[in-house]
Design a protein around this ligand. Structure first.
Ligand code: SF4
Length: 417
């Protein structure tokens, strides 16, 4: 079988939580003009998929969270996800998708009361969250949101500033003021930063956030800093939402082979349970009881149906099966790292941010988010883009996900440069 076409809208991106699918991968017709592949199923009133408590906040949310997608299909996707039982919806100012939710609420006001709504913004200082929240409420056409996140904590801050952002008195007071106002029920942050283990650990110890959305893998080493940070969150009752858990998996840098068949062969439990490899990954994530929900930017009805089916049939996987699934995934050359502190650059003797470069390549090739990938790449300082002279073999040897930098980085220069 030939290498999967990276431009197709298919299963490769169905779990690309927190990321945005581009209009390029979808229809280019006007919003609402495109009928879905089939109409949303008629859901029985109140029929939802399984729920879990979001930390000590106690509120129950569905184990699946519909992430935002760009493009004209989004209006129908929102309704299909809702009709399929999903009651958690994720957006952000920077995605530009809040107006779609606003239109939905205007057309069906009852929906707003039934869903758990998350949005995000990017303050430089905690107190800015107050005015930002008002702007988000206006954009969404609602008088409250359920969870308000600092978006991508660490991306625009030094590590010290990022930590201070969520452990400071200013943040504590701001979060309390927000909760008291009723404009947002809960406050937290999202992060895929290479130092997110430190940020999450410090935030959990301070205890001012209600929930955190993080880039996650279901095979975190038990002694890793990120695993310990998640333990602290669990002990403190901080809700955890997984994102970006599958982007770049299964459709990586290996050019040959029927990858999905191979994964099923390597992990017999998947076949026994009649699970696709992607459903198996969802079950692997939900097997971690610390994870309340999985944010997936599902961008077609097939993806929603498959993920909802996985949620309804969830049973925890054994540790041995998690190991098999990890090995099968890594065998196919992932392109997106997750559980790591960026040790690849140190090992490669370069100031280039190898983990971030491959992440943007994944956005470009696997998530179809080409313009955003190029935009973010262009924002990197020159030294973070310049991998010339790097010892790529040493970088790969240091990488727990064994990213094949020698194969991937020329593609970064070609596609993003
Ligand atoms: S070592 Fe691997 S997993 Fe870690 S940041 Fe680098 S590319 Fe990502």
């Amino acid at each position: 079988m030939s290498r999967p076409d990276p431009d197709r809208t298919d299963r490769r991106s169905f779990l690309q939580a927190g990321a945005i699918a581009s209009a390029a991968a979808l229809s280019t017709s006007a919003a609402g003009a495109n009928p879905p592949a089939q109409d949303p199923p008629a859901a029985a009133p109140g029929a939802t998929i399984p729920k879990r408590a979001l930390g000590k906040a106690g509120v129950e949310v569905t184990m699946l969270d519909q992430g935002a997608i760009r493009g004209p299909s989004y209006d129908r996707i929102l309704r299909y996800a809702f009709a399929s039982g999903i009651r958690m919806f994720d957006t952000a100012k920077v995605y530009g998708t809040e107006p779609n939710l606003r239109r939905w609420f205007e057309q069906d006001p009852e929906v707003r009361k039934e869903i758990f709504l998350i949005t995000k913004d990017m303050p430089k200082a905690p107190s800015q969250l107050l005015s930002m929240l008002d702007e988000r409420l206006e954009a969404l056409g609602t008088d409250y949101i359920d969870l308000f996140f600092i978006h991508g904590l660490g991306d625009d801050h030094s590590l010290d500033d990022a930590v201070n952002m969520v452990v400071s008195d200013e943040f504590k007071q701001t979060a309390e003021a927000i909760r008291k106002s009723g404009k947002a029920r809960f406050v937290g942050f999202s992060s895929h930063h290479k130092d997110r283990a430190t940020i999450i650990q410090k935030a959990a110890e301070a205890g001012y956030v209600d929930a955190i959305m993080l880039q996650y893998r279901p095979w975190l080493p038990a002694d890793s800093a990120l695993n310990r940070a998640l333990d602290t969150c669990w002990e403190k009752g901080i809700g955890l939402i997984s994102m970006k858990q599958i982007a770049g998996q299964f459709f990586g840098d290996k050019p040959e082979g029927n990858i999905l068949d191979d994964v099923s062969r390597r992990v017999p439990t998947l076949k026994e349970r009649n699970l696709s490899p992607f459903q198996g990954l969802l079950h692997a994530i939900w097997s971690d009881e610390r994870i309340t929900s999985v944010c997936c930017s599902m961008r077609n009805t097939e993806q929603i149906r498959e993920n909802v089916d996985a949620a309804r049939r969830f049973e925890p996987l054994e540790a041995a099966d998690l190991g098999l699934l990890r090995d099968a995934t890594l065998a196919h050359g992932p392109t997106l790292c997750a559980n790591c502190d960026g040790r690849c650059s140190d090992a490669g003797g370069t100031r280039a941010d190898l983990g971030t470069l491959t992440r943007y390549l994944t956005y470009y090739r696997h998530l179809g988010d080409r313009s955003e990938a190029r935009r973010q790449y262009a924002l990197l300082p020159p030294e973070a883009r310049d991998w010339s002279g790097a010892d790529l073999d040493s970088a790969r040897a240091a990488c727990p996900e064994r990213l094949d930098f020698a194969r991937l980085l020329p593609g970064v220069d070609r596609d993003l440069g």
